[in-house]
Design a binder for this molecule. Sequence first.
Ligand code: HEC
Ligand code: HEC
Ligand code: HEC
Ligand code: HEC
Ligand code: HEC
Length: 227
Amino acid sequence: MQKAKRPCQNIAICLGLVVGAGSVLWFFLPENKVLLIPGEMNTGHQNIDCDYCHRLATGSLRQQIQANVRFVLGLRLKAADYGRSPVTNEQCLGCHRRPDDRHPVFLFFEPRFKEARKKLQPQSCISCHAEHSNVRITLSDIGFCRTCHEKLVLQEDPISISHAQLIKQKQWETCLGCHDFHGNHIMTTPRQLDKALAPQKIRDYFNGADSPYSKEKHHQPLTEPQS
Ligand code: HEC
Ligand code: HEC
Ligand code: HEC
Ligand code: HEC
Ligand code: HEC
């Protein structure tokens, strides 16, 4: 009796998957794109083609369905992606190449950042730059440096109040006042605390205002990913 029940269940699931795949594909037809953008694009991405971030999943649709049928039947360990793969660092880095990034995402896959990964997920671009949010940076805490720099001591501290002192006073909102995060702006780091950008300037920048650090950058993004 039990045996007769399973295929029927599986058919229902398979049918669900097929219908699901169809609707996902329908959504990505050019004429339907506007209907489903989940929100305004982030700063600078207004003219970027959807397909550069939403890559077609590997395999034809038939292969994807077959793979998922095998998954449902227990013959495959992982479900296959339908239509589009999730957006990963790879797509971002395809256009944003910055070999000297001061905080490169790959660094944070190391075991010593286990705690930081739990709190902040700094190993992924979209933890801080979730797309379709109409801002530049979605991370709301501008003092997030504390996650990793709590024990920071400089041998010879060049600033008017030492880093150790700032950290003791938990002045985490000052950090981005003197440093950018990726080190991509061409700028000189201030040494006087009163020359630091006010926290509100940084919040405005997160929300989409022009960069308060500098107009000059070491690396400009590409408008099409290099393959
Ligand atoms: C700069 C990269 C980027 C571009 C360009 C982009 N998206 Fe997205 N989109 C994302 C990210 C990141 C998510 C979050 C979900 C994920 O990680 O796949 C997302 C989520 C979505 C979702 C929610 C469904 C899902 O997969 O979670 C839809 C629908 C979507 N995007 C449609 C579009 C359309 C339509 C366009 C073009 C007008 C577009 N996107 C352009 C990065 C992008
Ligand atoms: C097809 C190429 C392309 C892809 C893919 C892409 N970007 Fe961009 N990005 C750009 C361009 C071009 C700009 C606009 C730069 C400008 O206006 O000076 C930009 C702007 C930005 C900005 C704002 C930069 C600034 O100075 O204001 C951020 C942040 C950003 N992208 C992050 C991401 C993230 C995160 C991803 C992956 C989810 C991603 N980008 C995917 C090309 C791309
Ligand atoms: C832990 C949070 C975090 C992560 C992860 C992160 N960013 Fe950023 N990003 C920021 C902050 C904060 C700023 C603003 C300070 C600055 O301009 O450096 C920023 C600024 C930017 C800018 C605009 C300034 C510039 O450098 O040209 C771009 C482009 C950008 N990020 C792309 C990326 C990409 C691509 C990734 C993944 C490879 C990524 N970010 C990962 C926090 C993050
Ligand atoms: C997820 C952990 C993490 C976070 C969050 C983080 N940092 Fe760092 N930062 C590091 C590590 C690790 C290094 C050292 C990189 C290396 O080994 O070269 C570093 C290096 C630096 C440097 C020196 C770069 C150089 O030129 O050598 C500065 C400046 C800096 N961080 C500032 C900040 C600021 C400001 C923030 C907050 C906006 C911040 N960091 C957030 C982990 C982090
Ligand atoms: C008044 C400006 C100012 C403020 C505020 C500030 N810094 Fe710095 N920081 C500097 C300068 C100047 C240097 C020397 C290196 C340079 O010129 O970039 C430096 C160096 C560093 C370095 C590199 C240390 C090394 O070993 O080379 C790190 C990491 C750093 N700062 C993190 C932080 C963090 C985290 C905060 C917030 C608690 C912070 N800074 C606040 C100006 C500032």
